[in-house]
Design a protein around this ligand. Structure first.
Ligand code: ADP
Ligand code: ZN
Length: 850
């Protein structure tokens, strides 16, 4: 819908899952402020909600009395730039969710104002003869209202919490009728607001040199002298007091005397992690492939700037260490030079400190770093400064694609194949890469997707000419000589090692020798074991029983936390119990821990290489804020010989002294029932292998596997991305899977298995009914690929006490995304609201398991 900016009424989308915008009257006083993008307070049913004005209109359905907007929350610029209104509307349509849910995701958390119902006691409890709960409530309110009349009320929710029970609406109504209770609709303050600090300055027109005569106390004189000596004759109160030895009473006195003025200045809360001294940008000459790639991106920036071409998406396919980041940096510089702004998406900030630091080194305080571990205050400040144009670059994980920048000229998506770009919970279930392409399209900007191992989707889009391919097949030449070689990859067949009885633990003799050689040469090693904990399975040798999670349909993982007794933990819900010494089922003392997690590999390393310094990086060692950065910094400084970890160690790290990468078990994840399992495995192996030999010294990679003939292994061995993807695509084409078809996943869950199963069946019937309409106009070949698969129990049938079923709608590309989501939305509406405690989650373009 095109957004109109004129009209007497406002179209408002409340920030909740409601289906469409609502029309409100605009009081004259608010007319100039209730513009598209502004946040407003609106009455909605019996509540008051925060919403966003998405347009103005003169149309009102006949006979409808419009309610007026209660207030406008943005008194300066509207919270959202209009570009984001159009983008969020597209997202709501494409991802089959409400516009309000997307707008909520685009606004910083904790800034909305909520309506609450507040209870006031208007008489004493003695007058109440009904339900004893009413008496309890009145007593409670008495404690909060002093004399019981017109004191401070208590929000309904808090009253319910304190009483430990819900307050039935009928009871509240009776209390009100009896004249004992007043219920008022009030609004809460936002949880997050700007932070200010007090500053002092000498008033204009005052001559500080006159101070000794007119001011009596030495403290007063010192304070005035301190301020007089500072820039602009001003200082923060904290600094001024520290420097002069004066107290806040002195300040107050000087303010009263008219010498000094106090005022508030906003302080920005910035996360510390990235303020660390950034390296100075080195002057380097681009090598020819980089040059060629950059020239094309720059040409597109120019074309788009002078209007000859609207938008262009590039796929920068460069092997690990080919200098992609350098290309991003230069393209961003050209963008800023042209007066526009840029967004850089990275998979996970904590894992890419080096990349972030390089951007900070080049663009300094133009860059706002957004990440998931920021406090709400830090996030709010960064967001507002982006909105005000004080930052011109936003760098962050998927949510940064919604950064409130105006005039965006370039969007970079680094490691575009990463699954973490897809959001699952809560809605909107969007893919940040695809949203980036759309945002660039709407903004007339250039989008650069970069990867050493592009997703099959992007590869095919490049082949079809939808994206422009920029190949960088070689590593950056080292010290001006020949291109740094890609590492040599070797496969260790674990089955064979076992046969010849050479395999004792998780590390083969070959890998051990390679590690020893690095220790001798003072080089570094990265080891990937994509499973945390000590052992994935504890099983009884006598009866075969394996302990499972009481809430999830998975086996428990054995952990040996240092200094504590061994534990069994669920990796889905966090359930923890002491590891038993005897079998829960048969009581025999014959339990075996099978397989190896990172802890066990760590133990094996300690036993085999007592002199080696090992750092372990997995979810268990990185739960504290900043833990990733500390581990990576220590490793970068050479404070350890071996970095061992889960897939966290595979991402964008660039350590010149790493010459060996070992994958302890390349088969983890390879055989999952997911059509992307092979692609994921190949990407992980290629990425982690790419950490080796990035500088002068050549690198070596060992892949330990029981499936040496698996395509992911065979092609990783030859660094053959194209070969792999060409081998992987035909099956997908045959089955009509992405990128040759579209998928919508529908997840049903709830606490009772039979209820969820029934819900799934009923819902799926509604969807199936809508197939004939989607079939219209399809070729015979395409028609075959329009299918409803399911419902079936999910691969992990129960998580956190919730039973899970799913249905997948598979459609050929000839069916438009719009037709698809319309059918799904209609089925959802026709199926009615799910039974109590059950949920239906619609996931367009799902990634990962169902
Ligand atoms: P990628 O992002 O493709 O993995 P990077 O941009 O991180 O590659 O480059 C790898 C390394 O090579 C980095 O240390 C980078 O500073 C360096 N580098 C990049 N381009 C050049 C160049 N043209 N000349 C010299 N060194 C370069
Ligand atoms: Zn569990």
């Amino acid at each position: 819908m095109p957004l109109s900016t004129t009209g007497a009424h406002a179209l408002v989308v409340p920030l909740s899952p409601v289906p469409q915008p609502y029309t409100y009257a605009v009081p004259d006083a608010l007319d100039a402020l209730a513009v598209p993008g502004a946040r407003v307070l609106v009455p909605f049913g019996r509540r008051t909600l925060t919403g966003v004005v998405v347009g103005r209109t003169d149309e009102v359905a006949e006979g409808v009395a419009l309610k007026p907007i209660a207030d406008v929350l943005d008194t300066e610029a509207p919270a959202l730039p209009t570009a984001l209104l159009r983008l969020t509307e597209w997202m709501a349509n494409y991802y089959a969710c409400s516009w309000g849910e997307v707008l909520r995701a685009a606004l910083p958390a904790g800034t909305d104002v909520e309506g609450v119902r507040v209870l006031y006691r208007t008489d004493t409890p003695a007058a109440w003869r009904g339900n004893p709960l009413g008496r309890d409530l009145l007593v409670l309110l008495g404690q909060h209202t002093g004399n019981g009349r017109n004191g401070h009320g208590l929000p309904l929710k808090e009253a319910e919490e304190e009483l430990g029970t819900k307050l039935p609406a009928a009871l509240l109504a009776d209390l009100r009728t009896a004249g004992l209770l007043r219920i008022a609709e009030e609004t809460t303050d936002p949880r997050v607001r700007a932070k200010t600090a007090r500053w002092l300055r000498i008033r204009t027109g005052i001559d500080p040199s006159a101070a000794p005569d007119e001011l009596r106390g030495l403290r007063q004189q010192m304070l005035v002298a301190t301020l007089a000596a500072s820039t602009d004759r001003s200082l923060s109160q904290a600094d001024a007091l520290a420097a002069s030895g004066a107290s806040s009473q002195t300040v107050q006195r000087l303010v009263e005397l008219g010498w000094v003025e106090a005022y508030d200045v906003e302080v920005e809360r910035r996360p510390e992690a990235f303020d660390a001294a950034a390296p100075t940008p080195q002057r380097i000459a681009l090598h020819p492939a980089q040059r060629a790639a950059l020239d094309q991106v720059n040409a597109a920036l120019v074309a788009q700037h002078n209007g000859t071409k609207k938008t262009e998406t590039f796929l920068l396919h460069g092997v690990t260490g080919s200098g992609k980041t350098e290309v991003y940096l230069r393209a961003l510089k050209a963008t800023l030079d042209a007066g526009r702004t840029g967004i850089v998406l990275v998979p996970e900030i904590a894992l890419t400190p080096q990349t972030v630091r390089r951007f900070r080194a080049h663009f300094g305080d133009d860059v706002a770093v957004l990440h998931s571990r920021m406090s709400p205050g830090e996030r709010y400040d960064a967001w507002r400064h982006l909105r005000a144009g004080r930052y011109r670059v936003a760098i962050g994980p998927r949510s940064a694609v919604l950064a409130p920048l105006e005039n965006v000229g370039l969007i970079v998506v680094d490691e575009e194949h990463e699954a973490s770009y897809k959001q699952f919970d809560p809605a909107p279930r969007y893919h940040a890469r695809d949203v980036a392409v759309m945002r660039a399209h709407l903004a007339g900007a250039v989008c650069v997707l970069g990867s050493a191992t592009p997703s099959a989707e992007s590869f095919v889009n490049a082949k079809r000419g939808k994206y422009t391919l920029l190949p960088m097949p070689e590593r950056v030449p080292v010290s001006g000589r020949t291109a740094a070689r890609l590492p040599e990859v070797k496969v260790v067949d674990l089955a064979r090692e076992q046969e010849v009885r050479r395999l004792r633990g998780a590390l083969s003799v070959q890998l051990q020798e390679a590690i020893q050689a690095r220790l001798d040469r003072k080089e570094q090693t990265i080891l990937l074991q994509n499973r945390r904990g000590y052992a994935p399975i504890l099983t009884c040798n006598a009866c075969g029983h394996t302990p499972e999670c009481p809430s999830c349909a998975v086996t428990l993982t054995l952990h040996r936390p240092p200094g504590l007794r061994p534990q069994l933990r669920c990796h889905y819900c966090g359930f923890t119990r002491a590891a038993p010494s005897a079998c829960d089922n048969c009581g025999q003392h014959d339990l075996a821990d099978l397989g190896a997690g990172t802890q066990r590999v760590e133990e094996e390393l300690a036993a085999t290489f007592p002199e080696a310094r090992v750092l372990r990086m997995d979810l268990d060692t990185t739960s504290k804020k900043d833990a990733h950065r500390k581990l990576l910094t220590a490793f970068g400084r050479g404070e350890a010989d071996i970095l061992l970890g889960t897939q966290m160690v595979a991402k964008g790290l660039d350590f010149p002294r790493v010459t060996l990468v070992g994958v302890v078990n390349a088969d983890t994840g390879m055989l999952l029932p997911d059509f992307r399992a092979a692609e994921r495995t190949f990407q992980l192996l290629a990425q982690v292998g790419g950490r080796a030999g990035r500088a002068e010294r050549p690198g070596e990679v060992f892949l330990q596997t029981r499936n040496p003939d698996h395509p992911a292994i065979r092609f990783a061995l030859a660094h053959d991305y194209d070969g792999f993807i060409r081998a992987d695509l035909p099956d997908r084409r045959f089955l009509g899977y992405p990128p040759f078809g579209r998928l919508v996943g529908i997840e049903f869950k709830g606490p009772n298995e039979a209820t969820v199963e029934k819900l799934a069946a009923r819902w799926t019937t509604q969807l199936t009914k809508r197939l004939p309409r989607l079939l219209k106009g399809l070729s015979e070949h395409d028609a075959q690929h329009l299918q409803v698969l399911g419902p079936t129990a999910a691969f992990i049938g129960r998580v956190k006490k919730q039973y899970r079923f799913h249905t997948i709608l598979k459609a050929p590309l000839a069916v438009s995304p719009y037709a698809l989501t319309t059918a799904v939305a209609e089925a959802d509406a026709a199926a009615g609201s799910p039974p109590k405690g059950c949920r239906v989650n619609i996931d367009v373009d799902p990634v990962g398991l169902y």
